[in-house]
Design a protein around this ligand. Structure first.
Ligand code: CAA
Length: 369
């Protein structure tokens, strides 16, 4: 597993000052310190390629990838899969199956479970699962401090070297208007209170369902990790289910990236693996995935012995520490996507989006540096 996010961030105390809000509301009440913000030449494809290149570097042969599943709720095209651009820039085999999946922030979990089943039926195959989202709410709305974005890339294979996705899971689907983005809207619409309420109710239902189906008890779960639209939401989830366990390590990256939607749960999982002082060899991690609208799932993974060799903790910390702070004015320009087109913004990976021509996105390889 690997992740990438923007090279730029906005401090939430800067946002609070400019919106005449008490900083403590964002930093303590919501639990967020910074959020990734995206320049015009970075999109869900460019950050996805960056994350995918990191995880592909661990593969001996990229031709082993048979399937690429791209999970997103911030697609810019209703027809063409964003995954095809990733397939192209990674140079994957032409007979690799590529498609996108969508169900708000839940979609990577759906893709992961699909990939698990596919690999079970085709044990020599490897599946590349990608989740990539950039979340925008309207300026001045209550959702504004809970924006963010990141991409996650996961290779699913038999004999995994990091984690084993266990067979037990419990899902819960209910039709609800808690968060949505109509086709014509660039920014998400939401009912914040309803979404938080439904998130917690879905957690309760799926957690009980998971325990029943698996015949496990809460004490069989060593660590827990929640979808984190903002850190306080995950803390509320913990208080409801595992009040005796700390989830601080899962939230270290999230608190400075913001809501990365489909990638969020998996960014939290990497944060736990990178930052936990405990040896997690053989430990079971309970995972709660939630996508508004809504679908939720509680499932679990066990950590493979020797997992630390598969981590990139230093690189991840450096990627986040090296980000560039933007002023409130620059943030507003990024939001309007009207930043100076002549200025070369920094990209996280080797591919940048250079322009839109005849309603087609044009990407180019970036010269390093
Ligand atoms: N000092 C310290 N704390 C303060 C404070 C201050 N000065 N002022 C307020 N707070 C606290 C409040 O007490 C509250 O804490 P509790 O929830 O523990 O009571 C917290 O800060 C937030 O305050 P409000 O509820 O008044 O804030 P709000 O009305 O502005 O809404 C929000 C906050 C609901 C998170 C909003 O940002 C939002 O709607 N975000 C988008 C929706 C969302 O993320 N929903 C989550 C579940 S849906 C999901 O998971 C899918 C997804 O990814 C979107």
């Amino acid at each position: 597993m690997a992740f990438s996010t923007s090279r730029y961030f906005l401090r939430l105390d800067t946002l609070a000052k400019n919106r005449n809000v008490d900083c403590a509301k964002y930093c303590i009440g919501i639990g967020q310190l910074k959020m990734s913000v995206f320049p015009p030449n970075e999109d869900i494809v460019t950050i996805a390629i960056s994350a995918a290149q990191k995880v592909m570097a661990r593969l001996v042969n990229k031709n082993e990838i048979d399937v690429l599943i791209f999970a997103t709720e911030s697609s810019f095209d209703l027809s063409k899969s964003a995954g095809i651009y990733v397939h192209h820039f990674l140079g994957l085999r032409p007979d690799c199956r590529v498609f996108d999946v969508k169900q708000a922030c839940y979609s990577v979990t759906a893709a992961l479970q699909l990939a698990r089943s596919f690999v079970k039926d085709n044990p020599d195959s490897k599946v590349l699962v990608i989740g990539s989202d950039i979340l925008k709410y309207s300026a001045g709305s209550s959702g504004e401090p809970t924006q963010g974005g990141a991409a996650i890339a996961i290779i699913v294979a038999k004999n995994p070297r990091l984690m084993i996705v266990e067979q037990h899971f419990s899902t819960y689907t209910t039709e609800i208007m808690d968060f949505w983005r109509p086709i014509e809207e660039g920014e998400a619409l939401f009912d914040g209170k309803l979404s938080a309420q439904n998130y917690l109710q879905s957690l309760e239902i799926t957690f009980l369902g998971y325990l029943k189906k698996s015949d496990l008890t809460p004490s069989d779960i060593d660590q827990v990790c929640f979808h984190a639209p903002f850190s306080k939401m995950a803390i509320k989830a913990r208080n409801k289910t595992f009040a005796d366990k700390s989830i601080d390590d899962t939230l270290i990256y999230n608190a400075i990236i913001g809501n990365s939607c489909s990638a969020s749960l998996y960014v939290c999982l990497i944060s736990l693996l990178d930052n936990s002082g405990d040896d997690l060899d053989g430990k079971r991690i309970g995972l709660f995935s939630y996508g508004s609208g809504s679908v939720a799932e509680f499932f679990s993974c066990t950590v493979v012995s020797g997992y630390r060799h598969m981590l990139s903790a230093e690189e991840n910390r450096k990627m986040l520490e090296d980000r560039i702070e933007v002023s409130f004015e620059e943030y507003e320009q990024f939001c309007k996507n009207q930043a100076d087109p002549g200025k070369k913004y920094a990209n996280v990976g080797s591919i940048r989006m250079v322009r839109v021509e005849n309603k087609q996105r044009i990407y180019e390889r970036r010269i390093a540096g």
